[in-house]
Design a protein around this ligand. Sequence first.
Ligand SMILES: NC(=O)c1ccc[n+]([C@@H]2O[C@H](COP(=O)([O-])OP(=O)(O)OC[C@H]3O[C@@H](n4cnc5c(N)ncnc54)[C@H](O)[C@@H]3O)[C@@H](O)[C@H]2O)c1
Length: 327
Amino acid sequence: MSDRTFLVTGALGCIGAWVVERLLARGDRPVVFDLGSEPRRIRDLVGDEGLQRVGFFQGDIADPTELGRCMDEHSVQHVVHLAGLQVPFCRADPMAGATVNVLGTVNVFEQAARRGIGRVAYASSAAVYERDDEVRAGRAPGEEQAPHPNTHYGVYKLCNEGTARVSFLEHGTSSIGLRPLTVYGVGRDQGMTSGPTKAIKAAVVGRPYTIGFSGRTDFLYAADCAEAFIAAAEGGPEGAHVFNIAGESLEVSAFREELVRQCPEAAELVSVEGPELPVPGAIDGDALGGAIDGLTHTPLSDGIARTFERFRALHGASELHVADLDA
Ligand SMILES: NC(=O)c1ccc[n+]([C@@H]2O[C@H](COP(=O)([O-])OP(=O)(O)OC[C@H]3O[C@@H](n4cnc5c(N)ncnc54)[C@H](O)[C@@H]3O)[C@@H](O)[C@H]2O)c1
């Protein structure tokens, strides 16, 4: 029981829900700061009993007063900043994307600095790279590879990395920004790369589903991603650092094959059809392990199995949310 208070922004989303689940499992106290009010993804992981141990604050990440009040009211000690809009939303409304992703991140660093919180962990993204960055590097790009984002979303994330750097220079706030690629697991039901998780859900409920992108990508199990964010919020080297965070890189068709191996009925239901993602098919995440302790690596087959297991339990209890399969 360590009993520390972690602010988790955007924690009603997928990765945040897993951060909350991991924090509760350790005996720490998560405080959710989110624009939304429906804790469905957290409930899916920790149940109603777990929800009782979570603090909630509904607010806009770009609002200094609301975020500052949340930090003060809950005596926040550690910060995991995940609130953001993903690719399709930023593409549809770049102004809203910039407000949430860019101003929101400036706000997190400013409010943390004003309260003497000396470290922030935040979500960057592998979308800082374009696909050709893998060609330029001649291999899966590592952190030394200059990024060339080709979406507004990727540009905003690169800007966040700059905000973190300036926050260290001006306020001494240390930070670790993590760049995941395709996160999968319970709760991953929105965003450009949510298709693989939706395919598992579709197989559980017996509905046809097409994963809308093909080629290679890096599959990172959501629980492993969450553990890394928590470790990055707790400690790590001084300064503003950015790391790729990798799981397993493979073809989307190979992900489907594993899914079908575990659930043969999915052979008739799940297909893969669509263009390759505009980002590299693999990222080099080796440097992260040298900066923080406590990283976990769930093999893809186990991650898929655990996702099946939880989805089946929720489905059996008539609690599986399936509206995302129509989106
Ligand atoms: N999921 C991935 O594969 C992936 C990959 C790379 C980076 N990321 C980044 O990791 C972070 C978390 O990803 P996720 O998959 O959990 O995203 P998500 O879309 O599931 O959750 C994002 C959360 O942010 C909240 N939010 C949006 N606007 C807000 C605002 N104005 N104020 C407060 N909260 C707001 C949403 O309500 C939502 O709960 C994001 O910053 C995302 O860009 C995710």
